[in-house]
Design a binder for this molecule. Structure first.
Ligand code: SF4
Length: 752
């Protein structure tokens, strides 16, 4: 636990003596350092030290002049990623949305070119904005039922209060539709729970003790950078890093070996590894007997001929010898080096149609080898379940019973937003259509799949849309009312992590810029404006933090707000073994499954995605709609400094030379990428980062170059709303397309 350089360590020089000894009233800087926590959607949840300078006589709480990683945080270790190292560019960007605004009368919804926002929106007061929103939501609820109001939010902030507290209370009390938050991680999360019963894994610090690290669908260098030093430490001691990923990421390029698997075939590879391990008797029989359930069934399944390496090679594109070598290396490393294998699986693996099963299959591998018994062994997908925040107290689901519905509201899957906005209510008399959409912590016009249907819905003149945002995003272009949101420097929150095991308190470093208001302030005030009498709508931020920490779970034992305010971060009180080590799943006592063991059934079955090379027809190429290393989904995509770091892939379709050649395409040519759902115009880049049969483009703001023709699209014009096999997640990486060189006229249009 670190002691934070807190406000009491300020170097206050507000008044100074002059040469004559008189006290000068000239402005002087008072500097303080505040402990905050990066709340962006990233496993690292970094401790951030914010240096704030206040001039004498200056109103407000001063200006942040520096952000740095907290050196006392055991995982942050004093550095920030490239995205947030430039964070003050974002906080003080001249493009920040700083005041409530409403759409000018008669202006249609649709893309607004940067710089032309004032022609579309006019500034109003918060009072006017709240009155307008309360009036419209009340009217919509009265006419169509409260479920015709749909909240749409995800992890634009992952602080407990910002992610889900007063907002949920508000929508529950209103009786609005519930949103199933599936767009990113639900298939993998469901998979992890089905095998282990809890979202927990190997601590990042322990990776330094591994003898083999497998990064499976995990671009660690791009979006989990604080794990990287621990992997490098392990490599210095002789560990190997193997990356399994269809795209040659930065991490893959730095690895000892890159296995470029065909998209969506991870289940087949994991089963083939099991086949080799079990065929050669490399499993840990004692551990399996003590800590797992369903082994014999899995064994019989994995040893079937269709899971032999040769068969898997045909499916995965990884040759049989390599699969055998990989399986042996994985299972034998402890015996051979005295150090175990660890898998860093990330959510890329589960964004395909068979993705939930794939995540389950990979989760089972350390249960066969017993890697969990050893420091540095095991697997990490998410550690979020180890933080026992009291979400019931924060979100108050029972308020739905006080709504006009007097029952839990219907659930709408966010991955199916396009359908929700365009077809919901068409078929059943008693199914209300969506008539009001309240977007916060997200940018669905850019990030939701099947973009053309999403935009068709957002364009509806009869849809009342509120967007709470920091910038004029693609989604803001469709708002009726825009509300200014703060950055994490401007709010106080409490936060766990999904990539480490420290709970942290994020202090408010500076006053909200302009008229920005936090989610807590916005929804508390709106609730009162709507006439909700429950006292919980008046809870303060500190009340909410206390409620979040108020749990009987002993992993939070003794951790309270005062301690977090004092120390910044505190490690969870996890069980330790006789030697004082935290070794998750080293014994059966750790599992929270119904069987109380690591669950190996139902056995994972590989099914080729509907949109994959196995089922290719008129659209033969597998499309990877990638996330940029230096953006966070679409966050940061509008900052020139971040754009420069991503210049290589701006407006680009990456292709293999075989696929380019048969289509007469060369690097630099304008191409059209298309399927039945939509089309994009991009510039071809034949660069060896994808294998034959795969093309890749990165997610971007539509209006900032997601499509070179300026049509206002991005990669999601091509993706579908088809759901994953389990967890109802998005299947971004199960998308088929075709590519053709564009006509000269189109090239001209795009250039203009
Ligand atoms: S985005 Fe991730 S790595 Fe970067 S500062 Fe935030 S938590 Fe740390």
């Amino acid at each position: 636990m670190g002691k934070i350089p807190a406000e009491e360590q300020s170097a206050d020089a507000a008044t100074v003596k002059t040469a004559t000894g008189a006290l000068s009233s000239a402005p002087a800087a008072s500097t303080r350092v505040v402990h905050a926590v990066c709340s962006h959607d990233c496993p690292d949840s970094c401790g951030v030290l914010v240096t704030v300078e206040t001039k004498t006589g200056e109103a407000g709480s001063g200006r942040a002049v520096k952000v740095q990683g907290d050196p006392a945080h055991p995982v942050t270790r004093g550095f920030l990623c490239g995205k947030v190292a430039k964070y003050l560019d974002r906080v003080y960007s001249p493009e920040r949305l700083l005041h409530p605004m409403r759409r000018r009368s008669g202006v249609d919804k649709g893309p607004v070119p940067p710089g032309q926002e004032a022609e579309v929106f006019e500034q109003i007061t918060w009072d006017e904005a709240l009155e307008l929103i309360a009036g419209r939501l009340t009217a919509v609820a009265a006419e169509f039922g409260p479920e015709s109001v749909l909240p749409y939010s995800y992890a634009g902030t992952i602080g407990q209060l910002g992610y889900g507290s007063m907002d949920r209370r508000f929508f529950h009390r209103l009786g609005a539709s519930q949103l199933e938050r599936t767009i990113c991680a639900s298939a993998g999360g469901t998979a992890l729970l089905s095998v282990y019963g809890i979202k927990l894994g190997t601590a990042p610090e322990d990776f330094a003790q591994a003898g083999l690290v497998i990064a499976w669908g995990a671009n660690i260098h791009g979006n989990n950078i604080h794990l990287w030093p621990f992997i490098e430490e392990a490599r210095r001691k002789g560990a190997r890093l193997i990356v399994i990923d269809p795209y040659r990421t930065r991490t893959a390029a730095l690895a000892d070996e890159h296995l470029a698997i065909h998209p969506g075939t991870d289940t087949a590879l994991a089963l083939a590894m099991m086949h080799v391990i079990l065929r050669e008797g490399l499993e840990d029989k004692a551990y399996i007997s003590e800590a797992t359930h369903g082994f014999e069934e899995l064994r019989a399944h994995a040893l079937k001929p269709e899971h032999a390496p040769a068969a898997a090679a045909a499916v995965t594109g990884i040759d049989a010898d390599t699969i055998v070598r990989l399986a042996r290396a994985y299972a034998n490393v402890m015996r051979e080096t005295g150090r175990p294998a660890v898998i860093r699986m990330n959510y890329g693996i589960q964004r395909s149609e068979n993705g939930g099963t794939a995540a389950r299959a990979v989760c089972m591998l350390p249960l066969l080898t017993g890697a969990w018994k050893h420091p540095g062994g095991g697997l990490q997908l998410s550690t979020s379940g180890s933080f026992p925040f009291n979400s019931e107290a924060l979100q108050r689901p029972e308020l739905m019973l006080a709504s006009p519905l007097k029952r839990p509201a219907r659930v709408v899957n966010m991955t199916e937003l396009g359908q929700a906005l365009t077809t919901l209510g068409d078929k059943q008399e008693d199914e209300p259509p969506v008539k009001a959409l309240f977007v916060y912590n997200s940018n669905p016009a850019a990030v939701a799949p099947n973009q053309n249907d999403v935009l068709r819905g957002l364009r509806r003149a009869d849809l009342f849309t509120v967007v709470h945002e920091q910038f004029f995003t693609d989604t803001a272009d469709y708002a009726d009312v825009l509300l200014p949101a703060p950055t994490f420097l401007e709010t106080k929150d409490v936060q766990g992590a999904y990539g480490h095991l420290f709970v942290q308190l994020s202090q408010q470093a500076i006053a909200p810029l302009g008229e920005a208001r936090s989610n807590v302030a916005l929804f508390g005030e709106l609730g009162q404006r709507m006439g909700f009498k429950e006292e919980c709508f008046k809870d303060t931020v500190d009340d909410l933090i206390d409620q979040a920490l108020d749990t009987r779970n002993h992993w939070f034992s003794g951790i309270d707000r005062e301690q977090l305010e004092r120390e910044g971060h505190v490690g969870l009180r996890l069980p330790v073994d006789a030697e004082g080590r935290v070794l998750p799943f080293s014994t059966a006592a750790w599992f929270r499954t119904p069987s109380g063991r690591g669950e190996l059934t139902p056995v994972p079955v590989f099914r080729a995605p509907t949109e994959s090379r196995a089922n290719a027809g008129v659209y033969p190429l597998e499309f990877l709609p990638r996330k940029a290393d230096n953006y966070m989904n679409t966050t940061f995509a509008n900052h020139p400094g971040h754009q420069r770091m991503e210049a290589r892939t701006a407006g680009v379709l990456e292709m293999h030379e075989e696929d380019a050649k048969v289509r007469g395409v060369a690097s630099g040519d304008l191409v059209e990428v298309f399927n039945a759902r939509g089309r994009l115009r991009l510039k071809a880049l034949v660069d060896g980062r994808v294998r034959p049969g795969v093309v890749a483009a990165r997610m971007d703001w539509s209006k900032l170059g997601g499509d070179l023709s300026g049509a206002g699209a991005n990669v999601n014009a091509l993706t579908s709303e088809r759901l994953t096999d389990i967890g109802g997640g998005a299947t971004f990486y199960s998308t088929l397309v075709e590519v053709r060189k564009t006509a000269v006229e189109v090239r001209k249009a795009a250039a203009e």
